[in-house]
Design a protein around this ligand. Structure first.
Ligand code: PLP
Length: 382
């Protein structure tokens, strides 16, 4: 029989559905099944739910409701931003795409794909703490750059990026500035004014999977990925995922309401977890600890072990953890983020990411610390 997970420390991968989200969704999974674009009563009811959610998402990020473009999640929002801005830019004679080396694959891969379509693509490097080098970003950006994309915070090591400075570099060059705030949004007060395009995702903050948004500031022009019914100001066609959107709206409102106290709670627990593991083990390094880091993120590079084996031992003990990006786990390639930070291939094998959430307790942290120390001991003794 499979051991049930009793300590969940992978909140960067996804979060449990909040009560607020679940109750907002329920009616639309049942008899309120109308299409939000239909004009009769059932359609209007669905539309009302979408509009209320739009308002809630807008308030949470300091945007206007008509700037919210609902998508199927962070991946679609990122693709829409990168391709949409690049395609629009090309019409104005701009063919440059600038990203950082530590972006999520939802940004990196569309950028590289655009490169194959003839765009000039640059990937700016980062320092040893996982923070983009602004001089490199500036050097990569010119008067023909269509879009600059710098994530708000990194999903593996939690490093917070200098978004305001990056936006200034993009704007000085006349480029559109995009930020992937999928990981930043749950933990940092995000102001949509800081970017022209901003990606967020529901399932990282108590909402359902498969729904997110791209905030497209007024006056910013992008080409759509999907053509069809013309929903979302013709930027994103497709019948509304009413239940998902309603859940997203309720989740983000509820999350932001409690964010300050959650941050205080998880930061203290994270620091305790870090201390206990660092004291209990030799040959362990805390990633991105020199700069600003997400308060719920503890990323470790542990010498002399294989991280994948560690995750399996932790799982057998009922602890859910990850090596880094959930999307690339299982792949043999070491993390592109750690490589960009200058961590050797060999050391990067020993990566462990523990990400806390609002329901993490002192007991979870004590158990996780003891289990990690024990499991590393076992692996090293093999
Ligand atoms: N961007 C970042 C930084 C992420 O961490 C993730 C998910 O892990 C995504 C984008 C993709 O979001 P979604 O899972 O909603 O497609």
């Amino acid at each position: 029989m499979q051991t049930p997970t009793s300590v969940y420390l992978d909140n960067a991968a996804t979060t449990p559905l909040s009560d607020a989200a679940r109750s907002a969704m329920e009616p639309f999974l049942g008899d309120r099944f109308g299409n939000a674009s239909s004009v009769y009563a059932a359609g209007r009811e669905a539309r009302k739910a979408v509009d209320e959610a739009r308002e809630r998402v807008a308030v949470a990020v300091g945007a206007r409701p008509d700037e919210v473009v609902f998508t199927s999640g962070g991946t679609e929002a990122d693709n829409l931003a990168l391709k949409g801005a690049a395609w629009h830019g090309r019409e104005q004679g701009h063919d440059g795409v600038v990203v950082t080396m530590i972006e999520h694959h939802a940004v990196l891969d569309p950028a590289r794909w655009l490169g194959k379509q003839g765009f000039r693509v640059s990937e700016a490097g980062v320092d040893a703490s996982g923070v983009v080098r602004l001089d490199a970003l500036k050097a990569a950006t010119d008067g023909k750059t269509a879009i600059v994309s710098v994530m708000w915070a990194n999903n593996e090591v939690g490093s917070v990026q200098p978004v305001a400075e990056a936006a200034a570099i993009a704007r000085a060059a006349g480029a559109v500035f995009h930020s992937d705030a999928v990981q930043g949004m749950p933990w940092i007060e995000i102001d949509a004014e800081s970017a022209d395009l901003l990606s967020i995702s529901a399932h990282k903050l108590g909402g359902p999977k498969g729904v997110g948004a791209l905030i497209v500031r007024r006056g910013v022009k992008i080409q759509p990925l999907f053509h069809g019914g013309g929903q979302e100001r013709e930027i994103r066609s497709g019948t509304y995922n009413v239940a998902g959107i309603a859940g997203f709206g309720a989740a983000i409102e509820d999350w932001v309401l409690h964010r300050a106290s959650t941050v205080e709670h998880v930061a203290a627990l994270r620091d305790g977890l870090q201390d206990a593991i660092v004291k209990g083990l030799t040959g362990v390094r805390v990633s991105a600890s020199d700069g600003e880091r997400l308060p719920n993120n503890l990323h470790l590079v542990i010498e002399g072990i294989d991280g994948e084996s560690l995750i399996l031992l932790l799982d057998a003990a009922g602890i859910a953890a990850s090596q880094g990006s959930a999307c690339s786990s299982g792949a043999a390639e070491p993390s592109h983020v750690l490589a960009a930070m200058g961590v050797s291939r060999d050391l990067a094998r020993g990566a462990l990411r523990l990400t806390l959430g609002p329901s993490t307790t002192d007991a979870d942290v004590d158990r996780a610390a003891t289990t990690v120390v024990d499991a590393v001991g076992k692996l090293r003794a093999r």
